[in-house]
Write a protein that binds this ligand. Structure first.
Ligand code: ZN
Ligand code: ZN
Length: 221
């Protein structure tokens, strides 16, 4: 029991740290005029599956793709990442020599879940994976988790909002997972609090493995 509590506390501390780091990264971008929330349009020429299907035709040709950053493997001056778009996933090769110092330094700060636009040419890696060699990167949206706290304990991040409280008493009641267990209202009347335009926070699709959690699956920086 004590051990479980300890683990919970550790998880909370990690979450606090994660939120703080992400907020700081966003502020840093906004301060230098690179506010990702100001970019409202990005022209995509191709989607992931299409690039694979038409590889022969597109090899060495310029494309621009956009999607969610799903993995990132930084290896000094060059990195690989995977971007998920409407059709699937495509690997991108991101090298300092192609992007320039500044842009590559920016890329290193991207988080899993961020929305990015990648312009570059189509090629095949030595291992045979059809990829895009990035020449220009645009950060379209930062993945900052929501910051709603539980209205009952005031400490833990909110997992659900009680619609019964909202409809019946015009009261916004946010509940963490623990407080939700003891909340009197009908369980069916709860909506998940997640990063979505509905909650006023967008740019985050949540975890693939655990759709209810708002911490990304893997942090590979
Ligand atoms: Zn609570
Ligand atoms: Zn309620």
């Amino acid at each position: 029991m004590a051990e479980a509590q300890n683990q919970n506390m550790e998880k909370e501390q990690d979450l606090g740290k994660l939120l703080k780091v992400r907020r700081e990264k966003l502020s840093a971008l906004q301060e230098v005029g690179k506010d990702p929330f100001l970019i409202t349009k990005y022209d995509v020429t191709h989607h992931s599956e299409e690039i694979r299907a038409k590889f022969e035709e597109l090899e060495n040709k310029k494309v621009s793709v956009a999607g969610r950053l799903m993995s990132k493997r930084v290896m000094g001056k060059a990195s690989f990442c995977h971007v998920q778009d409407l059709e699937g996933m495509i690997q991108c090769y991101v090298a300092r020599d192609s992007l320039g110092e500044e842009s590559y330094a920016d890329f290193k700060k991207y988080d899993i879940g961020d929305l990015v636009g990648i312009e570059g040419f189509v090629f095949k890696t030595k291992t045979g994976e059809i990829s895009v060699h990035a020449e220009k990167l645009t950060l379209l949206s930062r993945n900052n988790p929501h910051e709603y706290l539980c209205s009952e304990c005031g400490k833990k991040p909110a997992a659900v909002i009680c619609m019964e409280c909202l409809y019946e008493f015009l009261n916004e009641v946010f509940l963490c997972e623990d407080c939700a267990k003891t909340h009197a209202c009908d369980e069916e009347m709860r909506l998940n609090v997640c990063n979505s335009p509905r909650m006023g926070v967008c740019g985050y699709g949540g975890s693939i493995k655990y759709p209810d959690q708002f911490v990304p699956d893997a942090q590979t920086t």
